[in-house]
Structures are given as structure tokens and as C-alpha cells.
Design a protein around this ligand. Structure first.
Ligand code: CA
Length: 240
């Protein structure tokens, strides 16, 4: 049975946090290996072939962002960054270097587990193409039928422009995970200029309007201020 467990590497120099994360993950049936500095993390990351790496950005020996680069040059192992920093630019940098998601300290059990599940699930679909695996995405009362490019809320079809649909589909394929502005812009428009973020925000505002969402009550797509957007993950029941 143990062979089926996902193996997660925690790279974190603060013993309290390392043990906190380890305990939560082990309690939830993940196999855990730990490293207390960047050099050890690098060695274990390459030798143990983990399914996921939880990486603290503030390590004593190697900058966490450098470690992301080192891993990304060789392996596609998903990385969730732990950041005590409130500076959005550090998180954006980590994400743009190839981290899959981030969690800001302090964080709770549910948040950690939700991020871990979403990241493992996203990665399982990565490369194969989520649309080939799944024809439909559902979160709460909203659904996307990929082949028909049809979006429904309840029984009402929502008419989106090509661009609006493409943004929605992109976010849904990575549901549960934050996508940075530049990541979305590159995938939707293929290039980025000074007006791109504004263009993205205008499209997002139109999507929200068509969804009947008002500021502060976003049910489907969350704003990650200064970073990007995150589609709510499908409910646990539907995930299985
Ligand atoms: Ca630290």
C-alpha cells in the first residue's frame, strides 16, 4: 500500500515549520522526506525523485529562487513555495521561474492540503492535455464543456468572446493553482507589452460581469492581488 503514496520533499530550515508541514502531510497519507538547507534539498531532490517539493524561499545557504532554477533545468517536479515574505514580486519571481504555486506563512492545515492536492492533480494532467482526459470542468454551478467551448452557469449558457473563453479555459485547466499575469498573457496572446495586463483585466472584468459576479463575491475566479488569478478547484467530491 505504501508504494502508492505520493512522496513529498520539504526543504525548510525552520524546524517548527518543517515539522508542522511534515506532520500534516504524514497524517494525510503522504510519504515525507525533509531537508534543512538548500544543498541537502538539492541532493535529496535529485536522488529521491519526489512527486512534489515544498520549498522555503528563505534558506540559509542557497536562495530558494536559485534552487527553483536548478530543479527546473533538470526535472519537472512540481514545486510549492513557502514564503514568509509579503513582497508580491518574490512570489511572482518564484512562479515565473517555474514554481507551481505558493503559500504565504503563516498558513493553516486546510490551505496546505488544498495546495498540495491541486498541484499534484495539475501535474498529473500536465503534458497530456487536460482536455483530452476530461471533457468537462465543473466548479459549483459553473461548467465548461471543452469540446463545445460551452460555458454554463446552472442551466444558462454564458456567451463569451474567444479571448474570454480562452482565459477561462486556461484557468480551469490549472484550477486550484495561481497563474501569474505574465503566464496568462503569454499563453493567451503569445506576447506581452505594456498594455497587456490592462487588456487581461478588461477581459476578466467582462467575464465576471457575464458571470454576474460582483467585487468581493467572486465564486469562480479568485484575484491574487499583484500576482494573477486562480480558478477555484473542483469540489473534493468531484475530484475523485
Ligand atoms: Ca527559512
Amino acid at each position: 500500500m505504501n508504494n502508492n503514496k505520493h512522496k513529498i520533499l520539504i526543504i525548510e530550515d525552520e524546524l517548527n515549520i518543517c515539522n508542522f508541514v511534515k506532520t500534516i502531510l504524514e497524517t494525510n497519507d503522504y510519504q515525507v522526506v525533509t531537508a534543512r538547507n538548500g544543498a541537502e534539498g538539492k541532493t535529496i531532490g535529485f536522488s529521491h525523485n519526489p512527486d512534489l517539493i515544498v520549498l522555503d524561499l528563505g534558506l540559509p545557504d542557497i536562495d530558494g529562487c536559485n534552487l527553483i532554477q536548478i530543479f527546473r533545468e533538470k526535472v519537472g517536479t512540481p514545486i510549492i513555495v513557502l514564503s514568509a515574505r509579503t513582497n508580491e514580486s518574490d512570489k511572482v519571481k518564484a512562479l515565473d521561474l517555474g514554481a507551481n504555486d505558493y503559500i504565504t506563512k503563516p498558513f493553516g492545515t486546510n490551505e496546505l492540503l488544498a495546495r498540495v492536492r491541486a498541484t499534484l492533480r495539475n501535474n498529473r494532467f500536465a503534458g497530456i492535455g487536460d482536455r483530452q482526459l476530461r471533457k468537462k470542468f465543473t466548479v459549483q454551478d459553473m461548467s465548461i464543456e471543452y469540446e463545445l467551448r460551452r460555458v454554463m452557469i446552472g442551466k444558462t449558457e454564458i456567451k463569451l468572446t474567444q479571448t474570454e473563453y480562452n482565459i477561462l479555459e486556461l484557468l480551469s485547466v490549472h484550477a486550484g493553482r495561481v497563474l501569474t499575469y505574465s503566464e496568462i498573457i503569454k499563453k493567451i496572446w503569445g506576447y506581452s507589452d505594456s498594455g497587456s495586463i490592462k487588456k487581461l483585466q478588461v477581459n476578466m472584468a467582462n467575464i465576471r460581469k457575464k458571470f454576474g459576479e460582483r467585487p468581493g463575491e467572486y465564486r469562480y475566479i479568485l484575484n491574487e492581488l499583484g500576482i494573477g488569478y486562480r480558478m477555484n478547484a473542483e469540489s473534493e467530491k468531484e475530484e475523485q
